[in-house]
Structure formats: C-alpha cells, structure tokens
Write a protein that binds this ligand. Structure first.
Ligand code: ADP
Ligand code: MG
Length: 400
C-alpha cells in the first residue's frame, strides 16, 4: 500500500483527503459521537505540518444526491476546527464555484472541507461514466489524493475509488493502521480467538460467518442476529428482528461450526419488551420461549454472564454489533457486559478490536475509554468485508 511518504514534498501542494466523518447526529443536529472526526485528525495534522493545502472531502448520512441542509457537514467542519486548533473553511458545495474559490484561497498548512459528497449523485453512481465525471471534477481541485476514510474503502465510489486513478495517491495513516490490525486478525491470530457478532444489519453480517468459522475458535451471537439463529433451531421469536430467508443459511453455519469444532455461543435468556421503546414493559424470558407478542431487545442477565465467561481466556477478540438496543438504558446491559469483558482481557494483553459505528458509539456511551480496547475501528462494513477475505475496491487502488 502506497504511503504518504511516496508523495514526496507536499509544501504548497493541494492534497485532497477522503476522510470518514460520517458521525451520528442527535435530534438537534449536534454530533453525538465524534470518534470518526477525532480518528481523522492525525493524518490531517501530518499534512498540515508538511505545509500542504489540505482539502477534506467526506459524506454524512444518506442524502439523495441533492443538497439537503439536514446533512450538511457544517457541524463536522466546526468540530474539526476545534480539534485541529485552526480555522477550517467549509465550501457551500462539492465541486462548484464555492469549492473552487475556497480551495484557491488556501495557504500552505491551511484546511478546507468540501460539502457532503453525497449531495452529488456522481459520488455513489453505479454507472462508471457518471461516477468518473464527478471524480474528474474533484481531481481538478487538487494535486494529489490521500485515502483515509477507512469506513468507506469497501465502496466503489468516486471519492474512494475513481479519484485514486486520477491523481498521485496514497493511503493515510488511519487506513494504514486499520488494515494493519485487521491483517493481524486474519494472519495468525493468537488463540483462543473469539468473535462477537450482534447489531441490526443481520444479512450483511451473516456473510462473514462462513469465513470466520475457518479462523475463530468461538462465535458469540447477540443483538438482532440472535433471532435468526433461534428460529433456525425451531424456536418462536415473537416480534423480534428476523431474517426469515436466512434461516437455511444459518442452519448451514450451525452444521459447519459443529464439523469444524467451533463453539457457537447463543443467549439462553432474552430481555423481551412489548414494543421498541425505552419505557416499554419488559421482562426476562427463556430464549426458547419468547412470547409471540414480544420483541427481544437485549440478551438476558444469564447470557451476559455466560458471554463474559466465554471471553475471559481469549487472546484475540473481534467484536462487531451491540448485544441489544443499547441506546435505551433498559436494553444496554448485555452490551455493557461484553464491553467490560473485552476491557478486562485487553488489560491482560489480548488483542481486541471493536468494529462498527454503533458498536464504537456504544462503548463510549457506556462509559468506556478508547484505550481500554486494543483498537476501535472506524469501519463496520469495511472491517467485516476485510475479514470475509473480499477485495476492497478502495484498498486495491492504493496498491500501486
Ligand atoms: P454497527 O454499526 O456496530 O455495525 P449495526 O448498525 O449492525 O452495528 O447495529 C446497531 C444497532 O442494532 C443499534 O442501533 C441497536 O439498537 C440495534 N440492535 C441491537 N440489538 C437489537 C435487537 N435485539 N433488536 C433490534 N435492534 C437491535
Ligand atoms: Mg451501524
């Protein structure tokens, strides 16, 4: 992977950096977890110190290819300025007059942010020509390109993939660091190696399991994924999250795990609520008997204890996806127990990796410090696809 050093002397050069600044916002539009902004700072600082004219591009949320005030990068640019300790200009558009004049006004060591890339349909277009045309416009703003948005390297998008084909390019420090940790998980991890999976993007995450069954010794399943597993074992799951069309796939994984001697740890009890709401009535029920009118929103206390116990002797842990709907206090205990167990094995010298936007937000919201874990990845989908052994378009283009 090409590193920033290979770009040579950057003084006075316009460097376009693709960062991942896709932070969660609360109802008032304020940043509720600035982890991704903070993670993008070291690479930017390095470029500032090298005297580059730094142009940051990024996306926020899922605007529909048109400007939408609700998805403006304004709060993010503001936060970035606070963290860098210097003023950060924000262009009012992505590649238009405002972007051009903001870039033209940059002096050595200064930073500007372009508006949300997804305000332009070219950013995510499936059509190569449409995406390429947008990449051409972005490329015309800069002399070289640094890819540092690890959370998007699995996307074949203009600012991730096509830009690298148009400008001298390199991987930023964050992308390098993320890949280095994930490489340690795929090549020769220390055993016992446990993987904890949860969250809500069930079908995306099921795909990674086949690959993990080749390297991991133990697979702990919580969060919304659990119910497809319970259904595969013939249990009633009530109104819980269920991917009915994945039940056969999951049965296959259970068989494969048995063949390979991989232990699959499933919850034995579930916190079941009347509805998806913080003040819904809820009770702990057996995982094998979730009432038909209930929705499972967390693993139960026995399961939380069993999950923690299944992690105590591990040397390597990868965790993606909260164990429950942790944003609501009554359903956060399972996630907290897993985070605590990870923090303890980390203190004992194990390599632990927490991946996924919501998982990272969860550990911080529950009061843990980033340094209680080996590595908090900024990319959920990207890290899973890496572990699946897939070629990630945004990494392939940085090879040469
Ligand atoms: P990540 O961003 O870490 O990859 P996901 O996006 O897949 O994780 O899932 C995070 C979401 O999953 C959280 O918002 C959480 O509320 C939700 N979740 C966890 N468990 C459940 C459950 N049992 N039912 C519904 N949603 C759940
Ligand atoms: Mg998420």
């Amino acid at each position: 992977m090409l590193t920033i050093d290979t770009l040579g002397d950057l003084r006075g050069k316009r460097v376009l950096v693709r960062s991942d600044l896709n932070v969660p916002l609360d109802e008032d539009g304020a940043i509720s977890d600035d982890g991704r902004v903070r993670a993008s700072v070291p690479t930017l600082r390095r470029l500032i110190e090298a005297g580059a004219r730094v142009i940051v591009c990024a996306h926020l949320g899922r605007p529909k290819g048109v400007p939408d005030e609700a998805f403006s990068l304004a709060p993010v640019a503001h936060r970035l300025g606070e963290l860098l300790g210097i003023p950060v200009a924000l262009a009012q558009d992505t590649v238009g007059n405002s972007a051009r004049s903001v870039v033209a006004a940059l002096e050595d060591g200064q930073v500007a942010v372009l508006e949300n890339l997804r305000f332009d349909p070219g950013e995510t277009a499936k059509d190569d020509a449409e995406r390429g045309a947008f990449a051409d416009q972005l490329a015309s703003l800069a002399d070289c390109y640094v890819s540092d948005g690890f959370g998007v390297v699995h996307r074949k998008q203009a600012s991730v993939y096509d830009l690298a084909q148009r400008l001298p390019h390199a991987a930023g420090g964050l992308v390098q660091a993320e890949v280095e940790v994930l490489r340690r998980l795929t090549e020769d991890p220390q055993h016992p190696y446990a993987v904890v999976l949860g969250g809500a993007k069930v079908s995306d995450k099921l795909e990674v399991i086949a690959n993990l069954l080749q390297t991991a010794d133990r697979l702990l399943i919580g969060g919304g994924m659990v119910f497809t597993f319970l259904a595969a074992q013939g249990h009633e799951v009530g109104k819980s999250l269920l991917e009915r069309d994945q039940i056969d796939t999951v049965k296959g994984y259970l068989d494969l795990a048995r063949e390979r001697g991989v232990e699959i740890v499933l919850p034995t009890d579930i916190v079941a609520a009347t509805e998806f709401s913080a003040d819904a009535d809820h009770e702990v029920v057996s995982a094998e008997a979730i009432p038909a009118d209930r929705i499972g929103l967390d693993i139960g206390p026995d399961s939380a204890e069993a999950f923690a116990a299944a992690l105590t002797d591990t040397r390597t842990v990868f965790w993606n996806g909260p164990m429950g709907a942790f944003e609501m206090a009554p359903f956060a205990a399972g996630t907290k127990a897993v985070a605590q167990a990870l923090a303890e094995v980390t203190a004992g010298g194990a390599l632990t990796v927490v991946g996924g936007g919501d998982s990272a937000a969860a550990v911080r919201q529950l009061g843990f410090d980033d340094d209680q874990f080996g590595h908090i990845s900024t990319g959920g989908g990207a890290s899973l696809e890496y572990l699946e052994g897939k070629q990630l378009p945004g990494l392939t283009v940085l090879e040469g």
